[in-house]
Design a protein around this ligand. Structure first.
Ligand code: NDP
Ligand SMILES: O=CC(=O)O
Length: 289
């Protein structure tokens, strides 16, 4: 199966590498074209523009930073819309809001193409090992056609119905994750400030009902001030912002998420946006002094 892949950031690189490893022919494009080189060394072809990739491939996947990037790659000059046509599918796996996804869907479909949104839960390591959770919505026929690729990229795929449902599910999940990371950071700082051993706190948490891979995976690195980016903080703040907007639309009061968003904004203002989202811990360290 031949697929196109647009966007070779932390996730896109790992996902396209995984597809290559599993026998897919992959044609890649990235805004910063030099990032294609490593994929070429592993057998990928390069398309000079998003339009060139879509022209070559029956199915093209995108994994881009945010709504602005997702829209630009489709609607701008040399974008996806210039070549999408009957028989071709476009799958946007970026985390965006339902409105962005719907705009893209309408444009693709009105040009005769097929569209699926398929944001993922899971970070750099699950992307490398094919353990993502895929939250798809849109055209079921395209979902069925993409299953061989989804089976390589993820450990489980959900088909959630109409376009927008995948985006919403992803935002709800990441709103919870961002709030959890803030509560965890406050707990780590509180434990330390009141004279407890932080590593003991990690052990206690890991043995109880709140044990989870995020605390287990990120906790020891956070205590060592290691915030090497797996999930960049600027993207987590984007997800909190989009989830809060979804809360506004649905009149759902979310004071915990709003407070978490403030902490992520503070972290961005401190220049921590490109670090892992666990760097929000640094904002708590400062405010608790
Ligand atoms: N990292 C993670 O753990 C996870 C991330 N996600 C989501 O996946 C998406 C990608 O995340 P991630 O790979 O971490 O992000 P990165 O910041 O590592 O990569 C972002 C990608 O988007 C491209 N890009 C940004 N702006 C534009 C633009 N205006 N036009 C064209 N391309 C653009 C970048 O190109 P360039 O190289 O030129 O800058 C790069 O390829 C995001 O929506 C994120 O929320 C979802 C699950 C997990
Ligand atoms: O979106 C981030 C993730 O870890 O999932």
């Amino acid at each position: 199966m031949e697929v196109g892949f647009l966007g070779l950031g932390i996730m896109g690189k790992a996902m396209s590498m995984n597809l290559l490893r599993n026998g897919f022919k992959v044609t890649v494009w990235n805004r910063t074209l030099a990032k294609c080189n490593e994929l070429v060394a592993h057998g990928a072809s390069v398309g000079e523009t998003p339009a060139a990739v879509v022209k070559k491939c029956k199915i093209t996947i995108a994994m881009l930073s945010d709504p602005a990037a997702a829209l630009s790659v489709v609607f701008d000059k040399d974008g996806v819309l210039e070549q999408i046509c009957s028989g071709k599918g476009y799958i946007d796996m970026s985390t965006v809001d339902a409105e962005t996804s719907s705009k893209i869907s309408e444009a693709i479909i009105s040009n005769g193409g097929h569209f699926l949104e398929a944001p993922v839960s899971g970070s750099k390591q699950p992307a490398e090992t094919g353990q993502l959770v895929i939250l798809a919505a849109g055209e079921k026929a395209l979902y069925d056609e993409a299953i061989p690729a989804f089976n390589v990229l993820g450990k489980k795929s959900f088909f959630l119905g109409q376009v927008g449902n995948g985006a919403k599910m992803k935002l709800v999940v990441n709103m919870i994750m961002g709030s959890m990371m803030n509560a965890f950071s406050e707990g780590l700082v509180l434990a330390e400030k009141c004279g407890l051993d932080s590593h003991s706190l990690l052990d206690v948490l890991d043995l109880g009902g709140m044990a989870n891979p995020m605390f287990r995976g990120k906790g020891p690195a956070m205590l060592k001030t290691d915030f090497s980016p797996a999930f960049p903080l600027k993207h987590q703040q984007k997800d909190m912002r989009l989830a809060l907007s979804l809360g506004d639309e649905n009149a759902v009061s979310m004071p915990v998420a709003a407070a978490a968003n403030e902490a992520f904004k503070k972290a961005r203002s401190m220049g921590l946006g490109d670090l892992d989202f666990s760097a929000v811990y640094e904002t708590v360290k400062i405010t608790k002094q």
